[in-house]
Design a protein around this ligand. Structure first.
Ligand SMILES: *Cc1c(COP(=O)(O)O)cnc(C)c1O
Length: 366
């Protein structure tokens, strides 16, 4: 066995360490998440009758998340990622409304919606953004027609961390009798801890919500929650499952790990609301610190950070390449041209100062 492990190690050691990565919405899992993950390593929620304890834990986690997101008796499950959550929300919307025409998403929507258009065979209409890179709700209204069955709002966009006006989208959804899905894959475990609450089930028109514990929830990958306001939305996803311990299955994947349930639950339970809030506030403090330090060098932030993401206008591809040579990984966004820094919990204050120094040097030599 030793030989095999040594071989594996040689591959693993080629991977990058998170400490110099500002391009990812993932991070080192919390130690309690790693312990929980290991404990549940053999579980398969695809066949829940064989794992009644893990299935019970999942129901408990869903109910905890329901409390966090403003509806105690929410329905849902833990899947593989925000992509799965978004797919399932739009599938449910299609099945409950019985329509199969088009959906309206913000231009800032995650690329998973391109997959959804292809998979579900619906037209994905993209609404313009306003000057602050929130979806232009007037444009959403303009794009809705008789064949529209769902609209999407984003609470924490992938590129800028911006939050759409979910209240306004809710009014539009209720008026036009369409399903409203909120993609809070990133923001779900940030916004509640900043006191921002008007993106979740507290807003009347919100039918479903995606939130990823494997991003700011510090759980192990994969762990992502898809939550529905009504049980019937979840049931609209059911197919019959002969030869398993359950008669029906609403999940997208069949075999499904219990590890993400255990690790997400462990972090929530161990840190509690106050502990998670501390982590998020520290990420926000460091985000603002990076913003102030970098702006002092003459680069301008695209928006005032709403979540722990900050983007700077510059010759982005050039800056990204130069930073990479110095060992720092950032990503770029296209509109506007900018570099993007996601300030996850692994970016400590001293790493942030080191990063700013590197960026300053790059800017001086541009
Ligand atoms: C990360 C992200 C997703 C996709 O989540 P995966 O876990 O990578 O599938 C979807 N929407 C938003 C807003 C995201 O930030």
């Amino acid at each position: 066995m030793h030989q095999v492990l040594k071989e594996l190690e040689s591959y693993l050691s080629k991977d990058l360490q998170y400490s110099r990565i500002l391009s990812s919405m993932c991070t080192n899992p919390h130690p309690v998440a790693v312990k929980a993950h290991t404990m549940f390593i053999r579980t398969n929620l695809g066949d829940p009758g064989l794992f009644p304890g893990t299935a019970e834990l999942e129901r408990k986690l869903i109910s905890e998340l329901g409390k966090l997101f403003g509806k105690k008796d929410v329905s849902g499950y833990i899947g593989s990622g925000g992509t799965e959550g978004n797919i399932q929300a739009i599938r449910a919307a299609k099945n409950v409304t019985g329509k199969k025409g088009n959906i309206v998403v913000p231009e800032s929507a995650h690329f998973s919606f391109a997959k959804i258009g292809d998979l579900i065979g619906v037209e994905v209409r993209r609404a313009k953004l306003d000057g602050e890179y929130r979806v232009d709700t007037g444009d959403v209204e303009r794009l809705i027609d008789d064949d529209t069955f769902a609209i999407v709002g984003i609470a924490g966009t992938t590129e800028l961390g911006q939050v759409d006006d979910i209240r306004a989208l809710s009014d539009i959804a209720l008026e036009n009798d369409v399903f409203l899905h909120v993609d809070a894959a990133f923001g779900g475990f940030v916004l509640p801890f900043l006191g921002i609450r008007d993106f979740d089930f507290r807003v009347e028109g919100v039918c479903s919500l995606t939130a990823d514990p494997h991003k700011m929830g510090m759980a192990t990958i994969p762990s992502s929650a898809i939550l529905f306001r009504e049980e019937e939305y979840l049931e609209a996803l059911n197919v019959e499952t002969p030869y398993l311990t359950s008669a029906k299955q609403y999940t997208l994947t069949g075999t499904r790990p219990g590890t993400g349930v255990a690790s997400a639950y462990a972090v929530l339970r161990y840190l509690g609301f106050e502990g998670m809030k501390k982590v998020v506030l520290e990420c926000m403090r460091i985000t603002r610190l990076i913003k102030d330090e970098v702006e002092a060098t003459g680069l301008e932030a695209v928006i005032e950070p709403v979540t722990n993401v900050v983007c700077f206008r510059c010759r982005a591809e050039k800056v990204r390449e130069e930073l990479k040579k110095m060992g720092w990984i950032v990503s770029t966004i296209r509109r506007p041209e900018a570099i993007r820094c996601v300030v996850m919990p692994h970016i400590t204050e001293s790493l942030a100062f080191e990063f700013v120094e590197a960026l300053k040097q790059v800017v001086r030599n541009l």
